[in-house]
Every structure is written in C-alpha cells, then in structure tokens.
Design a protein around this ligand. Structure first.
Ligand code: ACO
Length: 443
C-alpha cells in the first residue's frame, strides 16, 4: 500500500501493492469495481519480474472487467446491469432479461415489440437441418445434439459466423436465442420418436417452447399459464452468472476470433459437466436414488457426501462464489413449492426428500464449516420435472436460460480493447531436457 495513505482508509486507485523478490521490488496498481471490489492489476508482472502466478481453478484470478453482472458471494447478492435478481424474477419475462443482458437496458414498449417480432421471424431452423436430427441414435444425450446443432448453424447462417459488424446486434442475438429453443424442442421430439412441431407466431417464447415439446398431431396442447410463468422465472434464474465455467469458455473461444456459434457450442459442452449445469440432472438422479434405494432416508447420503470423495458429493450443494445461500436457490425453492402446489403435487416425495436433505445438511457442521448451501441446481430440476420435462433435458433448459449471458459476454469480450487471446501460462514440472533414444535402443 502507498505510504501516504493510512491502511484504514477505503481502497483507492492511488494505492499500490508492493512485491519484493530477490532484493528488488515493484509496485502494482489497484483497480476498483463500482461495488467496492478491489483488484491488483498484474498485467505487467512477468515482463517486470519474470514471475508468473499459479492459481489452479482461477480461484483468485480476474480475467476481465465486466459491466454485465455483479455477485457478492458473501452477502448472497446477484444483480444484472444493476437490477436485483429478485426484482427481475418477479416482474420480468425471460426475454426482457435477455434483452437487458445483451443490449444493456430493459426494453421500452417499442423496443420490446421489435425484439418480439425478430424472435418470431427467426424461430425456424433451415429445413435441411431436420435431417441431422434423424441420424442421431434415440439415446443420444440432448446436450450433445444441442451443441452439435448450434455449431452446425454456422454452415446454414454464415453471416453470423462472419461477425459482420454492420449487422445489428439484436438480429444476431435474436436469431440464436430463437433457434436454440427450437433445436432443443426438436431434439426432444426426436428422442421420443414424435414428429417435430414448428414454432408459432401466436405464442410467446416460453409458450412456444412448451408447445413444441408437448403438442403432437393427436394432442391439441395449450400451455398452462402457471407453467409458462414458472418457466419464465426459472430461465431468468439461469440467465447469467458472470465468469462461471461455461461463460469463461465462451469468452476464451471467442477470444481466438471464433464465431458466436462456435463459442456457444463450446459453452454448451462446458455447461454439460455435472459440477456445473449438469448438476440439475444429477440432483434429481440423487433424490430418486434416495427414494428408491434408501427408502427416502437422507442420512446415508449425507454421511457419504461428508467422506470427501468428489464422486459422492451432495449434488446441488456448494458454490465457488456463494459462501451463503445462493439467492437463485432461494427464489427457485419458493417458486418450485408454489408450482407443485398449483399443479396439485403438494406431496411430491422427491420435493420432500430435497427439503429434508437441505435441512439436515444446513444443520450439519461439515456443511456449515465449509459454507455449503443449496445452489441454483438444487430445486430447478424438481420444478422442470413437475412441468413434464424429462430428466435428460434439464441441462438443456439451463442452456436455453444461460444463452443471453453467453451472448452478452461474447460481445463484451469482442469489444473490449484490453482483451487478448485467452492463453494462460503453466509451471512445467515434467522431465528436464534429455537425449533422444532410437527405437531399438529403448529399454
Ligand atoms: N458435497 C460435499 N462436500 C462438498 C461439496 C458437496 N456438494 N462441495 C464442496 N464440498 C467440500 C469439498 O470436499 C471441500 O472439502 P475439504 O475442504 O475438506 O477438502 C470443500 O467443500 C471445498 O470444496 P471445493 O471443491 O474446493 O470447492 P469449489 O469451489 O472448487 O467447488 C463446486 C464448487 C464444484 C460447485 C462444488 O461445491 C461441487 O462439486 N458441488 C456439487 C456439484 C454442483 O452442485 N454443481 C453446481 C454448481 S452451480 C452451477 O454451476 C450452476
């Protein structure tokens, strides 16, 4: 810290962090975030000192500045573009939040109408892409299909892949937002062997998705408004979460100059992992296993989770950033209970097990000492299940929800003059230089 300023003074950009090594010292500037976060800018560290930083999992590393989402993991705060997640979840539909994330403001009536028209105009996918679905085996995981289809879009709609600076951003974004929902529903229809249902201009974004999922030539389905509202809310909860694993992947792939489609396809693959978005599927599988094998008794699962084996963790619990209750989990729990009640599923045994598991874990010193609380994935799967969405589609739902966040970050990264190709360093710990051995002389 600067000698002039007392250490009790609030952090300032006048502050410097001093690093001393081998009799020399260097100072590095402090950068301040708008919410009081403090970072030391070490971008010249290696050039100055020859040192690199070692930070597995990027636990302490800020890779960029961003004005999209703010999280305070100690206080359980999540805001998008300054708006509290609680307000957005209560008052908005998913597409308004998507607009906010991508374009930086909540839409007025005229902007909303324009955005909705674009969503309708771009909801279809090229007819030739239907054939792709037909060649996947029926047991194919929808996340594999989703990722492959998104990267395939670049061959049908190359103008997006070329990142034409003259193309308005809202068209690029709406194309992808609208088509991802159609691709997701088609992949489900393919998996159950039913004909594809096309999107309709008469329906809203979420109504359309539910209709494409659940109507058929023999079933004149009309989405239940209670389910439509709940779906909007759950997609909002997924919409962005700053530099999480999949978003960092999208940013880093984009930093190489790759297209939006290629970057999002990579993000979908990252989200699929059970430690990330795949946890919502893993949670339901865990709860159903407790119901089936342990006759609904949660203690065995809790004891297993405490052994420290990464394979037997309590899925839907813990978070890199939140050291208190995840605000999204709080909203999801409340919405999930209300949804099940409105659908006449008050006594769903899986919900009961989830609530008992949560209560016991929160009262257990193992979870308390490690600040492990339910995360967003703990209750969302139960709600999706109540909506009739099959388990292997849960992470697809997360991907549909996370898409606006990925797009917003990809765009921000592209426009940030401070950004370079993402390329971490390493500390090599392998063999030192050694002479080459011809094959017949090798032991
Ligand atoms: N169950 C049991 N123990 C856990 C759990 C859990 N779910 N999560 C963390 N721990 C323990 C670890 O074993 C470790 O214990 P130790 O200090 O005795 O070694 C300690 O808590 C810290 O865990 P880390 O792995 O260092 O925490 P990290 O920040 O790297 O991981 C993660 C966060 C991946 C989310 C982790 O909590 C986890 O695996 N949770 C279960 C999977 C899950 O729900 N993922 C969804 C996350 S939200 C999202 O991506 C949308």
């Amino acid at each position: 810290m600067s000698k002039k300023r007392p250490s009790t003074a609030p952090p300032s950009t006048e502050d410097r962090v001093r690093l001393s090594w081998r009799g020399r010292s260097w100072t590095y500037p402090i950068r301040l975030g708008t919410e009081g976060e403090v970072a030391v800018d070490i971008s010249t560290l290696r050039r100055d000192t020859g040192l690199i930083t070692l930070d597995p999992g990027f636990v302490n590393t800020g890779a960029c500045t961003s004005d999209i989402t703010f999280i305070d993991g100690e206080r359980g705060i999540l805001r998008h573009r300054g708006y509290a997640i609680e307000d957005l979840a209560e008052h908005c539909v998913f597409l308004e939040v998507a607009y906010l994330l991508i374009l930086g403001k909540l839409p007025n009536r005229t902007e909303w109408q324009h955005f909705s028209d674009l969503m309708n105009r771009h909801s279809m996918i090229h007819e030739d892409m239907r054939d792709f679905f037909l060649n996947y085996p029926e047991h194919a995981h929808p996340m594999a299909v989703l990722s492959a289809m998104v990267v395939s879009l670049s061959s049908f709609y190359p103008e997006i892949g070329q990142d034409d600076p003259n193309e308005p951003l809202d068209i690029t974004a709406t194309r992808l937002l609208s088509k991802l929902r159609t691709i997701a529903a088609f992949s489900y229809k393919k998996s159950i062997g039913e004909p594809f249902v096309y999107p309709s201009h008469r329906m809203s974004y979420c109504e359309n998705f539910l209709n494409m999922m659940f109507s058929s030539p023999v079933n004149d389905y009309w989405p239940d408004p209670v389910v439509v509202r709940a779906l909007n809310l759950f997609l909002i909860l997924h919409a962005d979460h700053e530099q999480n694993c999949s978003t960092s992947v999208v940013r880093i792939v984009g930093s190489a100059g790759s297209s939006l489609y290629a970057s999002i396809a990579a993000g979908i693959c990252a989200l699929w992992g059970p430690l990330h978005g795949g946890a919502n599927q893993a949670v339901i599988e865990m709860l159903e296993r407790i119901l089936r094998e342990d006759r609904g008794r949660v203690d065995k699962m809790i004891e297993r989770a405490k052994k420290g084996d990464p394979k037997s963790r309590l899925m839907g619990f813990g978070h890199r950033i939140y050291k208190t209750y995840d605000p999204r989990a709080r909203i999801a729990k409340d919405a999930c209970r209300k949804l099940l009640a409105r659908l006449g599923m008050h006594n769903d045994p899986v919900l009961e097990i989830a609530m008992e598991l949560e209560e016991k874990a929160l009262n257990d010193p193992y979870f308390q000492e490690r600040h492990l609380y339910p995360n967003v994935d703990f209750y969302t799967g139960i709600a999706y299940r109540a909506m009739g969405i099959p388990t292997n589609m849960f992470t697809v739902m997360f991907a549909i929800g996370r898409l606006p966040g990925w797009i917003a970050h990809w765009m921000e990264n592209r426009r940030d003059p401070a950004q370079k190709i993402g390329r971490p360093r390493q500390l090599y710990i392998g063999e030192p230089a050694r002479p080459f051995v011809p094959m017949d002389q090798r032991p």
